[in-house]
Design a protein around this ligand. Structure first.
Ligand code: HEM
Length: 157
C-alpha cells in the first residue's frame, strides 16, 4: 500500500498544478476582463479544490499510517526529528503549510460562490488560489536546499 500511495501522491501533484494554472488563468482573465462566471469556470475551480482535497486524503494516510517520515518518525526518534532539516520538513513543514494551502483553496472556492457579482467571484477565486499555489510550490520537495529535500518528479509503481 505504501509504494502505491506514495506514487499516487506524486502523480496527483501534477494534476493539482495543472488545475491551479488553469484556475488562476480563468479567474484572472475573468476578473480583469469583467467576464461572466460560467459553468466551465465553476468546474475548473471545483477541480482545483477537489484535487487538493484528494492530496489531503492521500497525504494524511501517508503521514498518519504508512510513511516512515510521518508520525512513525516521531515514535521512533522522538524530538530528534526536529533537529534534522529533512525530518522537520516531512514531520512538520510539508504537512502544516500544505494544510494551509488546502484551506486557502477551500476558502477561495466558498467565498467566490457567495459573491453577488461575477467579477467578484473571479477576484476572490484568484486571490485565494494564488495564495494556495504559492504555498504548494514552496512545499513540494523539488530539492531547493536543505530546507526542501528533493524527491523524484515522477514515481513508477
Ligand atoms: C495536505 C496535506 C498533505 C499531507 C498530509 C502530505 C503528506 C505527505 C507525506 C507524509 C509525504 C512523504 C511520503 C514519504 O516519503 O513517505 C509527502 C510527500 C509528497 N507530497 Fe505531500 N502531503 C500533503 C499535501 C501535498 C500537496 C498539496 C502536494 C502537491 C500538490 C504534495 C506533494 C507531495 C510530493 C510531490 C511528495 C513526494 C512524493 C514522492 O516522494 O514521490 N503534498 N506528502
Amino acid at each position: 500500500m505504501y509504494p502505491f500511495l506514495l506514487a499516487l501522491h506524486n502523480w496527483t501533484r501534477w494534476l493539482v498544478l495543472l488545475f491551479a494554472v488553469v484556475a488562476l488563468y480563468k479567474s484572472f482573465t475573468g476578473w480583469q476582463g469583467n467576464r461572466a462566471y460560467t459553468k466551465a469556470d465553476s468546474a475548473v475551480y471545483a477541480s482545483f479544490t477537489g484535487s487538493m482535497l484528494l492530496q489531503l486524503v492521500i497525504g494524511g494516510l501517508l503521514y498518519f499510517v504508512y510513511s516512515p517520515v510521518g508520525l512513525q518518525a516521531f515514535q521512533r526518534l522522538g524530538g530528534a526529528v526536529m533537529k534534522d532539516p529533512e525530518g522537520r520538513f516531512w514531520g512538520v513543514e510539508h504537512i502544516t503549510l500544505m494544510l494551509l494551502a488546502v484551506v486557502a483553496a477551500q476558502v477561495g472556492r466558498s467565498l467566490s460562490k457567495k459573491q453577488a457579482s461575477d467579477v467578484l467571484k473571479h477576484k476572490k477565486a484568484f486571490t485565494w488560489f494564488a495564495i494556495a499555489l504559492v504555498l504548494v510550490l514552496l512545499m513540494i520537495p523539488w530539492g531547493l536546499g536543505t530546507w526542501n529535500p528533493g524527491r523524484p518528479l515522477w514515481r513508477g509503481l
